[in-house]
Design a protein around this ligand. Sequence first.
Ligand SMILES: Cc1cc2nc3c(=O)[nH]c(=O)nc-3n(C[C@H](O)[C@H](O)[C@H](O)COP(=O)(O)OP(=O)(O)OC[C@H]3O[C@@H](n4cnc5c(N)ncnc54)[C@H](O)[C@@H]3O)c2cc1C
Length: 499
Amino acid sequence: MSKGLDTTQDGQAGRSGMTRRRFVKGAAATAVVVPAIAAVRSSRTEPLADAREMADLEKYRAVGGWVEKPDDMQPALGRDVSADVVIVGAGFAGLSAALELARHGAQVIVLEREFAGFGASGRNAGYLGGGVALEYDLFLKDIGKERAKEIVRFYEDAVPFVEGKLKEHGIDCDYNPSGLIRAGIHPSQEEKVREGVRASAEFGAQSEFLDEAQMRARGIPSAFLFGEYTPRGGTLNPGKYVMGLRRAALRAGVKIYENTPLLSYTEGPVIQVKTPRGSVNAPVLMLATNAYTPQLGLLADKVVPLRVSAIETEPLTAAQLQSLGWPRREGIVTAHWTMESHRLTAHNTLLVTTKRLHYPYGSKTPNVPDYDQYRELRIALHDRFPALKDIAVRACWSGYVSFANDALPVVGATGSQQNIYYSAGCSGHGVASQSMVGHMIAQRIRGIEPPLLAALHHETPSTLPEPFRWCALNGALTGASAMDDWLNRRVRDAANQRG
Ligand SMILES: Cc1cc2nc3c(=O)[nH]c(=O)nc-3n(C[C@H](O)[C@H](O)[C@H](O)COP(=O)(O)OP(=O)(O)OC[C@H]3O[C@@H](n4cnc5c(N)ncnc54)[C@H](O)[C@@H]3O)c2cc1C
């Protein structure tokens, strides 16, 4: 049996009318962004608010804000080869799996459609987090409390796992083990945050409630009133992390073929993976393609890609940093229905992500800008940091997380020989967890069944067929945004009254 890749998204024009191919070409992409904005502008009922906003939105980067195409781009596959294991996708999951397999002497080939780090691994906010802020309400009733404890342990253990790998491979990725805070911006969110602390205690994630005095004593910016603090984890530069994994994999003898998309694969004792100019034969295949997996004809009724965006400011001046406080630079997420995340980077820029999510019809993943999301993130930046309202944006970008209806990882094996492994459904918690999932799948391939991998196995609920899926998901996301906007307005009104 052969599975073919749905290629309709390649070359598919996004809202802006541009194709993915034109965007990925780095600097060339910049040249086509301005007309794109003009097109969006003319289709809007209101003109863009001001020239500054216009200038900020022009900072779109097709490859995200953390990575560039590597100087030592690995050549595309151009012939027929074989290996012990072939892995598709060079993000945290694929590269972590490759490293573990190579360490035990396996011949590993990684096929990557663009270059390592092109997916979510090179575009995320860099929060290395454990079990805090998991979506308990989405999975608890289905899997029960004992199972939930194992899942939380999986997320918690993934943080020291990554910390260990950074040391083992000598990866300097500006990791700041500051811990993370899930903060409230309005008194009405206090019960939700306290409920989070209770759930963390019950299911084994380490955290404590910080009241307003404790938040001020820590120097947390004043928009964040109280919060759930977890000492585990912190923030890192995900671009440096994924490129560090790539370097370590190459050093370990992993053969990475970049610019090499999987087009189709067969099932059987020997799997054949076809790419445009060559093929790989191997007894084991791992699809480490996360949000892109449905396009390979797998998990199409289990996981959906959700578009998430980020904006990054220019570096703050010393005076701006001083006035901000925030000495430990804890990564902050908010307790909104759709969270906002706010963090400082090692180069003193401020990164704001999430706030809005979008499901593209048919589970496509076009690599196009989402100006509405950037505009919303800019509003969040100004709302939470009014003193920084004049700071310019240096980059905005978008990527895709993989989401299952129960917000749990979707990890398993398929095929007539159960020798095709997959990993998806990270739900935006994948910096730590996808790294450890990759490692655990590699152990499974070697014949070891890690208990935490077994704990992830469960029946993932099915998604609705289109067009109901598009309507239900975007309807729910719009509803969540409306509730968040209402709360944000109250916060803004109160701030305006204070003058
Ligand atoms: C804006 C944003 C912010 C986020 N913030 C955080 C955060 O702060 N903390 C956190 O824990 N998580 C966060 N996430 C989620 C996290 O980034 C992901 O869970 C994680 O990177 C997934 O890693 P992965 O290796 O599974 O997938 P990916 O990194 O997406 O890798 C999949 C790879 O497969 C390749 N591929 C796809 N199709 C093919 C094909 N046909 N042939 C060959 N290659 C193919 C892609 O090019 C890609 O490189 C965020 C995500 C986004 C988008």
